[in-house]
Design a protein around this ligand. Structure first.
Ligand code: FE2
Length: 340
């Protein structure tokens, strides 16, 4: 049977691919957004500035502080790239989400397993770049190939097995062997996954790894699965991998999170401490209203936590780095961790 040998997780924020001096581009988008979810309520940018004035976040938004945090993040990304090389899994199962890049309102699956022979990462067109919100285009280089589309190996045999196995475990997942055409008629893999393929794995030019992208609809109402359901789903996926009739070595990855676009360090600490100690109760009792917007991507980590349960691998934090880009507390708290 296949063996799960390793797990890792990484944030995939635009701030990881934007010079600290230019983080204000994203802060501009934050100002334009009328409602920011934060601790179960929604606030305008100005309301957040007022709400969080005692935290003195302007200090953490200074460019020297941004630079120090950005550099730390780059070191951790380099470390994770090396780790993937060192561990050399045959297959990588990636827990991630779409942000209306491929799944539109005409159909948004709660859970979807991709079982294509190959995974397509499309080079960006000018049309797509022009349609991006402020501060996204400048960071797109981290997610997609520069000039030409790239194909990565899928692992349809495992993907099929996962689909059948989780169905037997009462998870009625969507199945896809080709990404649907998104807003621009494009059907490349979304950025949450692209960041791992392109930024961390260098488009697999050195060593191809077979992959199974798994989608959790963390973001979009009304069918966001609860944290409890995501954890159970992850466990069903882990069980499926371990019952796959293959001698291949499998790693599991989580992409995204932690809190953004409003950073909530307290919630993040609750979540990653619970992952370290295996405290499922703390995770499943977190109010669903706290898993909104980008912060919802913590659920990709919860899915990975479930998949890595019962493998003897334990979660450890490499680093947690809250990166602020405004005095309103907007930004992205970066998380890097491994299951070893
Ligand atoms: Fe994302």
């Amino acid at each position: 049977m296949a063996e799960i040998i390793y797990g890792f997780g990484t944030s995939h924020s635009p701030l990881l691919a934007t010079k600290p001096e230019q983080w204000d581009l994203r802060a501009e988008a934050d100002r334009q957004l009328p409602a920011h979810p934060y601790q179960g309520k929604t606030y305008s940018f100005d309301e957040l500035v007022d709400l969080r004035k005692d935290e003195n976040l302007a200090v953490q938004n200074k460019v020297e502080v941004r630079r120090e945090r950005y550099d730390r993040c780059q070191n951790h990304l380099a470390f994770l790239s090396q780790e993937i090389e060192r561990v050399a899994p045959d297959v990588l199962v990636i827990m991630g989400n779409d942000q209306r890049e491929v799944f539109q309102t005409d159909h948004t699956p709660a859970f979807a397993v991709y079982h294509g022979d190959t995974v397509l990462n499309k080079a960006l067109t000018q049309e797509r770049l022009d349609a991006m919100r402020p501060g996204i285009a400048v960071s797109a280089w981290a997610n997609v190939p520069e000039k030409e589309d790239v194909q990565y190996p899928g692992q349809p045999d495992l993907a099929y097995h996962i689909i059948k196995s989780v169905m037997a475990d009462k998870f009625d997942v969507s199945a896809s062997n080709q990404m649907p055409n998104g807003r621009f008629g494009e059907n490349g893999i979304p950025h949450a996954f692209g960041f791992i393929y392109h930024r961390l794995m260098g488009d697999m030019k050195i060593r191809p790894v077979e992959t199974v992208p798994i989608f959790v609809n963390t973001f979009f109402p009304p069918n966001q699965p609860s944290s409890e359901r995501v954890l159970e789903f992850g466990k069903a996926v882990g069980k499926a991998i371990r019952s796959w009739d293959s001698d291949k070595k499998v790693a599991v990855a989580a992409t995204g999170g932690f809190s953004h676009f409003v950073v909530d360090e307290e919630m993040d600490r609750r979540m990653f401490n619970a992952m370290v100690s295996g405290d499922e109760q703390s995770i499943t009792s977190e109010p669903e209203s706290n898993f909104q917007s980008g912060t919802s991507e913590i659920k990709n980590w919860i899915a990975a936590m479930g998949a890595l349960d019962d493998t003897g691998l334990g979660f450890g934090v490499i680093d947690y780095i809250p990166c602020y880009r405004s005095e309103a507390g907007t930004g992205n708290a970066m998380m890097f961790g491994t299951w070893t």
